[in-house]
Design a protein around this ligand. Structure first.
Ligand code: 5GP
Length: 369
């Protein structure tokens, strides 16, 4: 056994050092950027992806794509790709926009790869120039089998954008890039609905993971998508300063109209008193919620994955999150925070956050809300 003494850092362990800047307004901070991938694809957008959880819906994609942001469609929604991209629907949907900003998610099974190939053939058949972006997502990307699977997907899709993960250390990033990934998805255990660290004791703090893994990926001409653990716009800004090329977020976009699932209403007796017919009574408050869950929770497995129960062990949680209304509110808050962060470090573009920013270690978790 070896004990690594270097302290690894998470979002709450660092802050962004403010610097002098010549920027005059937040509007000068450009959040859209161009990506040139290792395998020849070129695309542009705001480098934020909604996670392939209950947040990975086509309703989310419709809103996100208008903001030039991305959505990884959840695997259980994959059949809808074929429904939406049918000849009959050609005039109903802005196909180019949906394909530009949507990721088609698969796990590690040959059946899922076959379905993805069928979708590509379908697009060719109906005469659409395909540009599918692919997200290969499994809980633990540390197996040789996973790297071989990434190579297999790369052979079928030589130029398409491929994100693969999850891993959290540089040597595995290098292995996946050599196997064919353009971007490695980084995050072991940070997710809001994740219980991997509790159940297995394995994990890696996200800021250190981003710094170490981006160094490995960039050295090979690839990049990283930092996935999970961001609870506020400030955390997302820190992720970009730590050299993440993109981020993937679930929890912050949960509880919105575009997250799948119904709104449930609950009434509580509060501690506040109100005068009622000559007596003080405890006031009743009604709140609205949506159910949000980890993709490896038993809840998710029952709901979507009957017969695939070994997808992930039950390392996921289920929660009722407060209803937030349209996701546009969350997007506005997030993009506003990022632009403002740019002005604190003199970065006129999200691409320059890593170059312009410095992170400082703090010994106390700053106030979060
Ligand atoms: P969040 O932004 O909610 O903190 O993190 C989102 C990420 O959590 C997802 O993109 C995915 O990588 C991870 N995740 C989602 N569901 C589960 C789960 O059930 N278990 C674990 N270990 N991770 C999950």
């Amino acid at each position: 056994m070896i004990l690594d003494h270097e302290i690894k850092l998470d979002f709450s362990d660092v802050l962004i050092r403010p610097k002098r800047s010549t920027l005059e307004s937040r509007s000068q901070v450009k959040l859209e950027r161009v990506f040139k991938t290792l395998h020849g694809a070129e695309f542009s957008g705001v480098p934020i992806i909604a996670a392939n959880m209950a947040t990975g819906t086509f309703e989310m994609l419709d809103v996100f794509s208008q903001e030039k942001m991305f959505v990884a469609i959840a695997k259980h929604n994959n059949k809808k790709w074929l429904e939406i991209f049918s000849k009959e629907n050609i005039s109903l949907y802005p196909w180019g926009r949906m394909l530009n900003y949507g990721f088609y998610t698969i796990g590690m099974s040959d059946q899922e790869l076959q379905e993805l190939i069928q979708f590509k053939q379908h697009l060719i058949k109906i005469g659409y120039k395909y540009d599918i972006k692919i997200c290969i997502d499994i809980a633990n990307g540390y197996t040789q089998r996973f790297a071989s699977f990434v190579s297999k997907v790369r052979k079928e899709f030589p130029e398409n954008v491929i994100i693969a993960g999850n891993v959290a250390t540089p040597e595995m990033v290098q292995e996946l890039v050599i196997a064919g990934a353009d971007y490695c998805k980084i995050g072991l255990g940070p997710g809001a609905m994740c219980s991997t660290r509790l159940k297995t004791g394995a994990g890696y703090p996200q800021i250190s993971a981003a710094i170490e893994c981006s160094d490995a990926a960039h050295g090979l001409g690839a990049g990283i998508v930092l996935d999970g653990g961001m609870r506020s716009p400030g955390d997302v800004a820190k992720a970009f300063v730590a050299n993440s090329d993109m981020v993937m977020i679930g929890g912050m976009f949960s509880g919105t109209d575009e997250q799948e699932g119904d709104i449930v209403e609950k009434s509580f007796e509060s501690n506040e008193l109100e005068w009622d017919n000559g007596v003080y009574k405890k006031k009743t408050i009604t709140k609205q919620y949506k159910v949000f869950y980890g993709m490896s929770s038993e809840y998710a497995q029952e709901k979507h994955m009957s017969g695939m129960k070994n997808y992930r062990t039950s390392e996921g949680r289920v929660e009722e999150v407060e209803y937030k209304g349209p996701v546009q509110n969350v997007i506005d808050d997030l993009l506003g925070g990022l632009r403002s962060a740019g002005t604190y470090i003199g970065a006129n573009s999200i691409k320059n956050f890593g170059k312009c920013g410095t992170l400082i270690r703090v010994n106390r978790q700053h106030d979060r809300f």
